[in-house]
Design a protein around this ligand. Structure first.
Ligand code: G6P
Length: 598
């Protein structure tokens, strides 16, 4: 969630850095700063708060080399003092850092004893003092020596006075170099670079980099120089802009059909040809994820058992990594849109340590998880800037179905015809999403039901139980209304006690699903407590409509695939409620897009 940018070239570096930091805002931050090489000396500007606070106090820097950072507090509260960059005691070196230094207390004690004066409460500050301790005229070597002293995770960028050099290193935190002509860039996320270049070099764990306007050199852990071909990124800078929508979130919801198309592109053929998961000899599957991705995993469990008949278990990544692991799960699927969630990465390592085969479902090519697992399935949803997952969640659902169908066909549960029919339903799913989006204004209208709610319940059964958990998560994330999702059958075991006319209940019942009648019964129980019910069902379902105060209608969809349009309808619902409440939709308070701490 912290962001790093670096620049060395012919432009005014402060402008490039501030522009890059702006593009990283979506990652979530509470303070920001830059360090510049100005007239041969280092100059620092850092502030708690949003980038415009920093911008207002920024001196007119003229230098051409610098580093910048947006911080999301983990060690030491948000403050000007704790903001990055940090500068050495002699004022000659400055650094920015993403990640956590685990042995910082011991290092700090040692460095203080040597006379280093600390000015912050952060773990990061030890890095700049260590760098100063090791610096003997070679910045890259000093950084290599520094990282060999630290335990933990990091992406670090360092500059020194009177120099155009930027040195950087990474371990379990992303770092990417952007290549230009007589200028080079560095960032923790490719989004920060796209308006300058699409030629990038991904830095791998253990590597260090030295960047100047005229070149970039990479070194491996042992100090040997390595060559790497640049990758050409196909995302344009415009992909990462709002494109006329009021918020990134709405834009990204509307990108759903196209994202689905991209997710399926290529992958469907690969599934039919058996190229995805070429070996399918396993008796059970475990799905591991956090947040919205966990809800996608829940849908995946239903799909896996339906299409493949494979016993499937679920675990939150933050729990899996510390679980006893009594029985090894032959295949562990890790779902993470960012590919950088600390708990999911740790779970991937744990799964491999336990001897499991690992497969990651992620949206970000080159993200850390892709290097931690045996196989990867990309969701290809494109960049998602809104903190609340929308199109990335949708495409995770597609990935879950695809994997289940692949495994089911491979193990003989699905015949060739059934496999083709299931894949054809997936192909049609972008039309279902489009038809929900064609009618967003009727969802906007019924969403007014939630405007004054303090509490809201979301209920569903079977494969739409997880979509209601996700619906509730979305509403609480962006509107700050207390929302909870329940398996409808569980209402009478407690939550029913909380219902009255002030608590709207959003209930999904898909005609044709084997739990449909049971859902109608649960909705009647709710209505009998005077709770206003907003029904989500298929067009023409008068039985459901009779029980509900208002309705959201979906196209007629096979129940098994209904989570796809249901998800989009609930994303739109939350969006309009939050918008009328004037909430910070793209950057909800206290939340971050990518949670790189445990
Ligand atoms: C954060 C985001 C959520 C996301 C979760 C897991 O909490 O705000 O939207 O679902 O992380 O992220 P991942 O990248 O692993 O899917």
């Amino acid at each position: 969630m912290c962001g790093i940018v670096g620049y060395s070239g012919h432009r005014r570096a402060s402008e490039v850095l501030m522009d890059g930091l702006k593009r990283l805002e979506y990652r979530g931050y509470d303070s920001a700063g830059i360090a510049m090489v100005e007239d041969g000396h280092l100059a620092l500007a850092k502030k708690q708060g949003e980038l415009n606070v920093l911008q207002k106090t920024l001196p007119k820097f003229e230098g051409h080399t610098g580093i910048g950072h947006t911080r999301w507090a983990t060690c030491g509260r948000p403050s000007d003092r704790n903001a990055h960059p940090f500068i050495s005691c002699d004022g000659r070196l400055a650094i920015v850092h993403n990640g956590i230094i685990e042995n910082y207390s011991a290092l700090r004690e040692k460095l203080e004893a040597e006379g280093h004066n600390f000015t912050s409460e952060t773990d990061t500050e030890v890095i700049v003092h260590l760098l100063e301790h090791h610096y003997k005229g070679d910045l890259r070597q000093a950084l290599t020596d520094t990282v060999s002293d630290v335990q933990g995770t990091y992406a670090i960028a360092a500059v020194k006075e009177g120099s155009e050099e930027i040195a950087a290193a990474r371990k379990e935190n992303p770092l990417v170099i952007g290549l230009g002509v007589k200028e080079n860039f560095l960032a923790s996320d490719v989004t920060a670079l796209l308006s300058y270049t699409n030629k990038v070099l991904y830095i791998l764990d253990g590597e260090t980099v030295l960047l100047t306007p005229n070149g970039v050199t990479l070194h491996d852990q042992d100090g040997a120089e390595i060559q790497r071909e640049p990758t050409v990124v196909t995302w344009s800078a415009e992909d990462a802009q709002k494109g006329g929508f009021e918020h990134f979130m709405l834009k990204e919801i509307f990108e759903g059909p196209n994202s689905i198309h991209n997710t399926l592109l290529g992958a469907l053929d690969m599934i039919e040809n058996g190229e995805v998961l070429p070996r399918i000899e396993f008796q059970s599957v475990k799905l591991v994820a956090c947040g919205s991705s966990y809800h996608a995993a829940m849908v995946g469990k239903y799909a896996m058992e339906e299409f493949a008949g494979v016993p499937t278990t679920l675990e939150l990544a933050s729990e899996y990594r510390y679980s006893p692991g009594a029985r090894e799960d032959p295949l562990v699927i890790l779902i993470t849109q960012s590919g950088e969630t600390a708990d999911t990465l740790a779970a991937a390592r744990e799964a491999r340590r336990r001897g499991c085969r690992t497969l990651a479902v992620t949206n970000v090519v080159g993200s850390t998880i892709t290097r931690e697992v045996d196989e990867v399935l990309y969701t290809r949803a494109g960049p998602e800037i809104g903190v609340a997952a929308t199109k990335t969640f949708l495409t995770q659902l597609l990935a879950m179905y695809m994997l289940a169908i692949r495994i089911g066909y491979g193990n003989g549960t699905l015949s060739h015809d059934s496999m083709r029919s299931a894949l054809s339903s997936l192909r049609q799913s972008s039309n279902f999403v489009q038809s929900v989006l064609n009618d967003v204004h009727s969802i906007e209208e019924v969403s007014r039901m939630l405007d004054n709610a303090v509490h809201c319940f979301f209920i569903g059964r079977n494969i739409n139980y997880p979509t209601m958990l996700e619906g509730a998560l979305k509403l609480k994330e962006i509107s700050y209304i207390h929302a909870e999702g329940f398996a409808a059958g569980e209402l009478k075991h407690g939550p029913l006690a909380l219902l009255d006319s002030t608590t709207p209940v959003i209930a999904v019942a898909i005609k044709g699903d084997h739990t449909y009648e049971k859902m109608l019964a649960n909705i009647s129980e709710v209505a009998a407590r005077d709770s206003p019910v907003l029904g989500v069902g298929v067009e023409g379902d008068n039985d459901l409509a009779r029980l509900c105060e208002k309705m959201i209608y979906l196209p007629r969809v096979k129940p098994m695939f209904s989570p796809i349009p249901v998800t989009v309808a609930l994303q739109v619902l939350s969006y309009y409620v939050a918008n009328r409440r004037g909430c910070s939709i793209d950057k909800p308070k206290n939340l971050a897009k990518s949670v790189t701490v445990e």
